[in-house]
Design a protein around this ligand. Structure first.
Ligand SMILES: [Zn+2]
Ligand SMILES: [Zn+2]
Length: 212
């Protein structure tokens, strides 16, 4: 499997491209901005993008949805509970003092337990709300893409509209910390980690912070 990470946009979102080496079928996770960079890699590697998946609808994760969809014909997928978040992306970005960004509506909604495939790439949807209502993580063999739910040494904000700290902690505990320790964690921002390192060292998830 091919795994490529690009850091895109002013908020430095991790955009991931996962592809089947043989069939060249591929999935793009969170094309937040810099569509030309993403499309250049797609062209160079000869990839056929089947799906664009947004871990959630915040503006920093969705800005290149349209350009990539238009160029590749890929289907856009998001959790239903983040469809309203996606629809307000331009307001979110101007509230941040940035240029307005927008996205087409999703072609299809995904929910917990759904499997999104492109050749040998197989992503299982884990609902990890609390940063936003329809936040999802995406589980591949030995790795999980956690969006803005779980970061290396931190967790997502829960003070944005639709966010909730208890919901976020419960989702991380139930759907992420139950994964094997050596599962690699690829967050929506910042460096990679592992589930074991986060279980041991993440100050938001240890028992001193009241997390059980
Ligand atoms: Zn976010
Ligand atoms: Zn983000």
């Amino acid at each position: 499997m091919i795994l490529i990470r690009l850091i895109v946009g002013p908020l430095q979102v991790n955009c991931f491209i996962l592809a089947d080496e043989k069939t060249r079928e591929a999935i793009v996770i969170d094309p937040g901005e810099d569509a030309e960079d993403v499309l250049r890699i797609i062209r160079e590697k000869g990839l056929k993008i089947k799906y664009i998946v947004n871990t959630h609808g915040h503006f920093d994760h969705i800005g290149a949805n349209k350009a990539i969809k238009d160029a590749t014909g890929a289907e856009l997928l998001i959790h239903e509970e983040d469809a309203p978040v996606l629809a307000t992306a331009s307001r979110q970005s101007t509230a941040f003092g940035l240029n307005p960004v927008s996205s087409p509506r999703a072609d299809r909604f995904v929910k917990h337990g759904d499997v999104i495939t492109a050749g040998e790439v197989s992503l299982t949807v884990l609902h990890t709300p609390g940063h936003s209502p329809g936040g999802i993580s995406l589980l591949e063999q030995g790795m999980v893409f956690t969006g803005d739910a779980l970061f290396a040494g931190s967790i997502g904000r829960s003070d944005l509209p639709g966010g909730d700290l208890i919901t976020l902690l419960n989702a991380i505990k139930t759907n992420l910390l139950t994964l094997p320790d050596d599962t690699r964690v690829f967050p929506g921002h910042g460096p990679a980690s592992t589930i074991g390192d986060e279980r041991r060292d993440n100050p938001f998830l240890n028992q001193e912070s009241g997390f059980e």
